[in-house]
Design a protein around this ligand. Structure first.
Ligand code: ZN
Ligand code: ZN
Length: 697
């Protein structure tokens, strides 16, 4: 290549993943001897490194370029077809909305391996993919679906009307909120909707919260669409398979992509339908880097492409529900279980009625134990859940009051009895349980409270004939162990299943007739305004595990052990009345000015001392006060996060609230560049980040 200025060169804008603190949030300019299509993968010099970047739309093609001032594109990865303009627009929107650089978002949502390959290696990968496509050709035909229930048929015809609207070039179809009680057959509606889109030659994107927790959904899609190419996209794939699947979608070979939140950015040239299953699930929100909501981006992407998006849930997020109330989303209901199976009867057991004898520490009330014995005698399964893993949340000394605090965090270390350890669930710090109190030498140190390990132990003691199994993050640490344990439950080798919320989600357990929540009250009284919404959703989902087999539905029950049986949340749960619960919660939020009636962002800072973190946030607040949008937003004072110290880092946060999304967005876009600049004056601050539409406050 020559650097002579006499040859017309192309100025190329390239999105690169520059570190956030560099302040380089826009694509950078390079030159090349010929123009490159936007979306082309390239390698360019950045500082002393060679990095992968994407040619970004808006390049001044064939403009006069002073080659001396710009650096050249080093390598063009021409083998890969460029990403589409729509895709770039989606990324640009996400970057703008969540206040990250375009390059960071663009590169972070591509398969990691794509950034490491040279042109020869990329060619080889493409060849290998073609081979794979040939060797794993889909079947010739696929099974027909079951007959639809009247509700499903009704939902599907409404959906078809919405899908037909997408043909109209002037009108994007409104997002569809499919509100279906557990067991009402939402999946069949997804399958039929996908079938209709596939029949029109379109690609379909199906998002699920956690792929490991929904193997059955994957199996159902694979079975039904045996004659189509389905690929999955999630972080559990090997890097090579993730790249292969991504390329198959990008090149239009894969017709259906089933994936977790990262799949919302899959490149799909013929995308015609997006399904978001369990749309309320918090795992759709990315918790680091660009903190995006895959659910919200799915809605944006559907609007951008004028295609239908189907959001499904038994307990929709209050944001989506409110939009349906306002008529911005179309609500379609599946109010009954398939086969008119009854929803489990919800029994609220009042813990106040138990005699308060000292030493009665069991989590299991005698009537609940009786109900479990009944199931055991009938050969039915039960599920008991408690949202706390380990044996006990804290160990304490009965003599001097010592507690098993984590030396690095403002949290207790959890007692795990199986391996006799104290483990911090925040920083991972683990030690053997001491023989005696470290402070006074007392030998009598005892667990306080209880977790799933202890519950398992108590159940085994109380029900000596029962086969008790536990499923939680501890029991499923080894690869494949979750599948194995779920398999045992399905095979009927387990009588009582104990677990955290992990077991309450999604699984289609056919033989469970009793679900019990032993201690769910905690979420009623936390400072997080979304806690009741999450609790209700979890309880409804857990209840939905019982009586999925219509023959057993009539005698299926959910037990809730509570000290507050008259609480409105439990009352709504008892009548399976999500609309009533949503209405009361939304009214509370409206009065308190909380989302969806306001818009929030959180600015978080981490430093070695709370003072340093606070000083940064305070300075940030002062800056924001000088911006023109300051009048339209409320800045709350900096406060420590719920767990203020993790791994010896102090964490503070500051809430920003606005009535209008636009005002908040305008403030953030002016504010954040100032913060990048002022960070240099706050050297004690290790990290800071903004979270737009935070889920946890
Ligand atoms: Zn002591
Ligand atoms: Zn810790």
């Amino acid at each position: 290549m020559t650097n002579s200025k006499s040859i017309p060169l192309a100025r190329i804008r390239v999105a690169v993943d520059a570190p956030q603190h560099s302040g380089l949030s826009e694509p950078l300019d390079y030159w090349c001897e010929h123009a490159l299509a936007p979306g082309t993968l390239v390698q360019v010099p950045l500082g002393r490194r060679e990095v992968t970047g994407l040619v970004w739309p808006g390049a001044g093609v064939e403009a006069e370029v002073d080659a001396g001032a710009l650096r050249p594109v080093s390598t063009v990865l021409e083998a890969l077809a460029p990403l589409s303009a729509h895709w770039c627009e989606l990324v640009a929107f996400a970057a703008r909305y969540y206040q990250r650089s375009v390059g960071e978002v663009a590169l972070s949502v591509l398969p990691p391996q794509l950034r490491q390959l040279n042109p020869t290696q990329l060619q080889a990968r493409l060849k290998r993919m073609v081979k794979w496509l040939a060797s794993s050709a889909p079947a010739a035909d696929e099974p027909a679906g079951p007959d639809l229930s009247p509700d499903q048929a009704q939902a599907l015809s409404q959906l078809d009307v919405a899908m037909a609207a997408s043909v109209d070039p002037d009108a994007a179809p409104a997002p569809v909120l499919l509100h279906g009680v557990t067991g009402s057959g939402k999946t069949e509606v997804y399958l039929r909707a996908a079938e209709h889109a596939l029949a029109r030659g379109k690609q379909v994107l199906v998002l699920v919260p956690e792929i490991n927790l929904t193997p059955q959904l994957e199996a159902r899609f694979n079975e039904r669409f045996a004659a189509h190419r389905i690929v999955s996209l999630h972080s559990g794939l090997t890097p090579a398979n993730r790249l292969r699947n991504w390329m198959a979608a990008h090149l239009g070979h894969a017709e259906l992509v089933l994936g977790t939140r990262l799949a919302v950015f899959a490149s799909l040239p013929r995308l015609g339908l997006i399904v978001v299953d369990e749309e309320h699930d918090p795992s759709y929100k990315q918790q680091e880097g660009a903190r995006y909501s895959a659910r919200d981006l799915a809605v944006y992407r559907a609007k951008q492409l004028r295609i239908p998006v189907l959001l499904g849930s038994a307990t929709p997020s209050l944001e989506s529900w409110q939009r349906a109330v306002e008529g911005r989303y179309q609500r379609i209901s599946l109010p009954r279980r398939i086969g008119d199976g009854a929803l489990p009867r919800v029994r609220l057991f009042d813990m106040n009625t138990l005699p308060r004898a000292k030493g009665v520490m069991s989590a299991l009330s005698p009537p609940l134990l009786d109900a479990l014995r009944e199931r055991l005698a009938r050969g039915e399964q039960s599920l008991v859940f408690l949202n706390r893993r380990g044996y006990a949340p804290v160990l304490h000394c009965t003599e001097c009051g010592w507690k098993s605090a984590c030396p690095h965090c403002s949290a207790w270390r959890v007692f795990h009895k199986l391996d006799r350890t104290l483990r911090c669930h925040h920083c991972g710090f683990t030690e053997r349980v001491p023989r005696a109190c470290p402070d006074c030498g007392n030998l009598d140190i005892a667990p306080l409270g209880r977790g799933t390990e202890q519950l398992e132990e108590q159940l085994a003691l109380a029900l000596p004939d029962a086969r008790v199994a536990r499923i939680d993050a501890d029991s499923t640490r080894l690869k494949g162990s979750l599948e194995q344990q779920l398999g045992a439950v399905h095979a009927g080798e387990v009588d009582v299943l104990v677990g955290t919320q992990m077991v309450a989600k999604g699984h289609d357990f056919r033989r469970i007739t009793l679900v019990a929540a032993v201690n769910p009250d905690g979420a009623l009284f936390t400072s997080d305004f979304r806690a009741p919404e999450r609790l209700f959703s979890l309880m409804m989902q857990a209840a939905g595990r019982a009586g999925r087999d219509a023959a057993q539905a009539a005698r299926s029950e959910m037990w809730v052990q509570t000290w507050h049986p008259t609480h409105p949340l439990y009352q709504a749960l008892r009548s399976h009345d999500f609309p009533a619960f949503a209405a009361s919660q939304l009214e509370e939020r409206r009065i308190a000015g909380l989302p969806p009636f306001s818009h929030l962002a959180l600015l978080r800072a981490e430093a070695r001392t709370p003072e340093l973190a606070k000083a940064f946030l305070q300075a940030a607040a002062d800056w924001a006060g000088q911006l023109p949008e300051a009048e339209l937003v409320t800045m709350y004072p900096p406060v420590p996060m719920a767990v203020a110290r993790v791994a010896n880092v102090e964490r503070m946060q500051m809430l920003v609230e606005a009535q209008s999304r636009n005002a908040l967005q305008r403030l953030l876009s002016h504010w954040l560049p100032e913060l990048h600049a002022s960070k240099r004056e706050h050297k004690g601050v290790l990290r800071w980040a903004v979270d737009v539409d935070p889920l946890a406050i």
